[in-house]
Write a protein that binds this ligand. Structure first.
Ligand SMILES: *Cc1c(COP(=O)(O)O)cnc(C)c1O
Length: 360
């Protein structure tokens, strides 16, 4: 095995190699303390400084202010946010709007129904989620509108978010968080499991508008209440300390790249290389998402037969291109090309695709 392969897994997923190497150092001896970052108290000044810097860097990258937004690093995965959002904000007699663009959005909707009325404001299930709806049936005075910015399983991405006026906009950004520049101040709550684009599994980033937290329901137990965590700057209880440390390193890496503008330009370039090749060879590699809804993060495609798809996955793996099998719910192939996937990785993939097509 080589020192490093090109890893196309959807999540947990590839991270910048420099971050991995730095994290390995911190895992042994954190900032010359003689202790691993895993061994230090979350109440120690050493930890506190690292933690607060990660929160600060997050807001800097997103161009948000600490006065308006709080950054929380929580456990339980993005899936825990599916019920935490309605638990806090779907008040008695109110309706929450959900935009259903894939399997994860459906899971979020299911949880909302435990707490109150949930309305489907738009859905692309009629065509197996291969596109992102552009019009929305919004409920006037809704509790919030819930969206999913990138649909990991089917490979679509929302380019235009609903105009919600005064209604708070919520977004599950798990699989494209910090991959592109957005007007983040349009959102009242953004959440993302770290393991797709910004770190290892075990921590979920929540960026929440402080003023909205003040209007949350009060009959929520301590841990699921956002207010608990906002009031304590996300240190109410022991945070997932090692994952947060790695997220902090990824944030530094993003800043070093030149921020989200630079990261987005690199992502555009990678996705264009792959999609352009696919479009020129659509007799063999057919993209499954509508062109105007294509994801820059998860590129989904089919080959002429399932046997060829199996062969493609096996032979690519033998060439150190790992994790190209599509999600079991949709089949086919999927190349996840998150922030940390180098351009060379996509080049190597396209070279392999050319060769595979020639031989088959
Ligand atoms: C992976 C994923 C989730 C689930 O994340 P967990 O951290 O495993 O709970 C939710 N939403 C989207 C869009 C995802 O890609």
């Amino acid at each position: 095995m080589p020192e490093r392969v090109f890893n196309f897994y959807a999540g947990p997923a590839t991270l910048p190699y420099d971050v991995i190497k730095e994290a390995a150092k911190g895992a042994v001896n954190f900032r010359n303390s003689g202790m691993s970052v895993m061994e230090i108290s979350h109440r120690s000044p050493l930890f506190d400084e690292m933690f607060k810097q990660a929160q600060k860097d997050m807001l800097e990258v997103m161009n948000l202010s600490q006065d308006d937004y709080a950054v929380l690093f929580l456990g339980g995965g993005a899936s825990t946010q599916f019920y935490t959002v309605p638990f806090n904000f779907l008040k008695e007699g109110m309706t929450a709007d959900y935009v259903i663009t894939g399997g994860w959005a459906k899971k979020a909707l299911k949880e909302a129904k435990y707490f109150g009325n949930a309305n489907i404001a738009a859905s692309s299930e009629d065509r197996n989620f291969c596109y992102v709806p552009k019009t929305f049936q919004l409920t006037p005075g809704a509790a919030y509108v819930h969206t999913t910015s990138n649909n990991t399983l089917v490979g679509t991405q929302m380019k235009n978010f609903p105009e919600t006026g005064d209604v708070p906009l919520v977004c599950d950004m798990s699989s494209d968080f910090l991959s592109r520049k957005l007007d983040f101040d349009r959102f009242s709550l953004i959440y993302a499991g770290a393991q797709k684009n910004i770190g290892p599994s075990g921590v979920t980033a929540v960026v929440i508008r402080r003023s909205w937290v003040e209007s949350a329901r009060e009959d929520v137990p301590t841990m699921p209440a956002y207010k608990t965590h906002v009031d304590k700057d996300s240190l109410f209880n022991t945070p997932p300390s090692f994952p947060v440390y790695v997220v902090g390193l990824v944030l530094k890496w993003i800043i070093e790249q030149g921020g989200l503008e630079a990261v987005e330009a690199a992502n555009d370039k990678k996705a264009a290389l792959l999609y352009d090749y696919m479009d020129d060879n659509s007799d063999f590699y057919s993209g499954t998402a509508d062109k105007d809804s294509r994801s820059l993060m998860n590129v989904t495609f089919r080959l002429p037969s399932e046997d060829l798809e199996k062969k493609f996955v096996a032979e690519s793996a033998a060439k150190n291109l790992i994790g190209l099998k599509g999600h079991r719910s949709v089949g086919g192939c999927r190349a996840s090309i998150y922030n940390a996937m180098p351009y060379e990785g996509v080049e190597a993939l396209v070279d392999f695709m050319k060769e595979f097509k020639r031989n088959n």
